[in-house]
Structures are given as C-alpha cells and as structure tokens.
Design a protein around this ligand. Structure first.
Ligand SMILES: [Ca+2]
Ligand SMILES: [Ca+2]
Length: 303
C-alpha cells in the first residue's frame, strides 16, 4: 500500500502549511454555517452518458452550485459551476469552468494533478470526519484519486497507520471532458471545459455503509478548483469555503451538506407518491469540531 512514500505524497508533503494558521481558522469552524443543499434524484429511467456533454435532460434539474474563494468566500475571477444529482448507482457531478488557457502536462493516473489546473471533489460518505476520498480531474481527463484517513494534522483513526492511500481507485466511476478550446495550444483562445462524472457508490464501500445513501441522508463533501494564474499564484475556490489561510482544502469539518432527495418524475409529470420520498435514515451528523480531529500543532499539507 502506498502512502506518503510515493512521489505524489512527497509533493503533498512539501506543500504542508503552517498548522498555526490552520488551527486558528479551525477554531472558528464550530460556529460557521455550512452550506446545505438538496441533491435531486435523477428521474426514473434516466441514463447519463458520460461524454462531457450535459445534453441529458436530467442535468437541467440538477443542483447547481457556484464555487467561491476558498478563504474569503468572495466571487472568483474564474467562475466554476458544479451540477450534482444522484441515483442508486451513481453520484453524478459536472464541473463547468471558465478558463482562457487550457493547458496541462499530466495525462496519467494518480499523478499530482493539483500542481496544475484541476477540479476536485472531496467526499466523506458517512460523515465520520476521519475517512474521506479525494478525487481530481484535469482537462486531459486524467484522474488522481486517493483515500485520506483523517486530514493532515489530525489524529489518525484507531488502527490506521497510513494517512493517504493512493492505491485506492474509483475503478467503477467514469469521467469525460469536453473542451471549449484546445488543450496545450496557445494559437486559439479557450473559454473553458466541462467535466462530466459518474461516481459509483460501490467505489466508496470501503469506509461507508450503507451505500448508496438513503433518501433523506446527508452527505458531506466539498467541490474545489485550483486555477493557476499567469501572473503567478493561484485562485483556490470551493463550494464551502474552508476559511483557512493560506488556502487549505483538507478541512472535512467544513465540507458542505447534500441532503439526498427522492425520485421525482421528469418535468411536466406529477411527483412520485409521498411514500417514495419518505425519509430513510434521518440522523444528520452534528457539526464536527476541530477537537474531534485532534488538531495537535503538526503541519498540515496543501491541497
Ligand atoms: Ca452526457
Ligand atoms: Ca489512486
């Protein structure tokens, strides 16, 4: 099992941030209001073809989110829209970015994609605040996927010795990218890209039961983007800002909340009977305090 001894792990480790800034900001989190949004269930019979084109009618009724500055919550210079919906087999996610320069050199699996322009999803399916999955995609449809056992700086779960498990792969999931422009070609002007993703619930069974979620369950996750700037530096954006400076994505206590909705007939038809949308598991996890993560002053890695 690979962990921090991998190349990507070293690269992560080099980006570790000051734990002092992290802890100070984390102290504010207990009182912070997390975004809560209903996640629509795909209409019965929906088939999403993962091809990078959001031509399926189901996408029109998906939850639509806008990423904000991960530290301040301000609007970004490079807008990103995220669409989300689900069914019993998949969580469907689509990122649509505005970007003038589609460029990337990493086309392989499990490369350190966060070192170049990238969109990311962190998901803690059972909301335990310990195990969460990190997935990244770039404009070449390369994927970086790993299982985190607690955020850096936090105590590992009992019995766990490896913090980042890069050998985990979302092997049942699929993604496709459609470019509005041309990657790695500066002769034209790009306008952005769409990444269409079907995440198989079965890929997350290692740490979360039961899956798929039940109607009414709350799912903890966050969407991110890193856009490196021509002038230097980068714009870090998120659905749920972590409010940690410098920018820090690994704050599971700040993941937003999706409340999983029940099946509803396609537009123009009557909703499904109430029985079909009854809540299943109703216990929503309470907010996770920094103390629960055992923040102990050790260094915290980058994004
Ligand atoms: Ca499609
Ligand atoms: Ca992996």
């Amino acid at each position: 099992m690979r962990g921090w001894d991998s190349d990507a792990g070293h690269a992560h480790a080099r980006q570790w941030r000051s734990a002092m800034a992290f802890a100070a900001a984390a102290a504010l989190h207990a009182a912070a209001a997390l975004p809560v949004q209903p996640c629509p269930h795909a209409p019965p019979g929906t088939v999403i073809t993962v091809d990078g084109a959001l031509q399926e009618a189901a996408w029109e009724n998906a939850l639509q989110l806008t990423l904000r500055d991960v530290v301040t919550g301000a609007a970004t210079a490079w807008p990103t829209t995220v669409r989300v919906l689900w069914d019993t087999a998949f969580l469907y996610v689509a990122f649509t970015t505005t970007d003038r320069t589609l460029a990337n050199t990493m086309a392989g699996h499990d490369q350190a994609l966060y070192q170049q322009d990238v969109v990311e999803l962190f998901i803690d399916p059972d909301g335990d605040g310990y195990y969460y999955y990190e997935l990244e995609w770039n404009c070449l449809n390369a994927v970086f996927d790993l299982l985190m056992a607690a955020a850096p700086g936090a105590a590992l779960p009992p019995g766990e010795t490896v913090r980042a498990q890069l050998d985990w792969a979302a092997s049942g999931s699929r993604s496709a990218v459609r470019l509005a422009g041309t990657a790695n070609d500066s002769r034209d002007t790009d306008s952005g890209m769409t990444v269409e993703i079907a995440l198989a619930w079965a890929d997350f069974a290692r740490t979360a039961q039961p899956l798929p979620p039940r109607i009414g369950d709350t799912l903890r996750l966050n969407f991110y983007r890193i856009e490196y700037l021509a002038a230097g530096g980068a714009e870090y954006s998120a659905w749920s800002p972590t409010a940690v400076s410098p920018a820090q994505f690994h704050v599971p206590a700040m993941f937003g909340k999706l409340v999983m909705g029940g099946p509803v007939a396609a537009a123009g038809h009557a909703p499904a009977p109430a029985a079909a949308t009854a809540r299943g598991r109703t216990a929503e996890r309470s907010g996770l305090s920094p103390a629960e993560f055992g923040l102990d002053g050790r260094r915290v890695r980058g994004n």
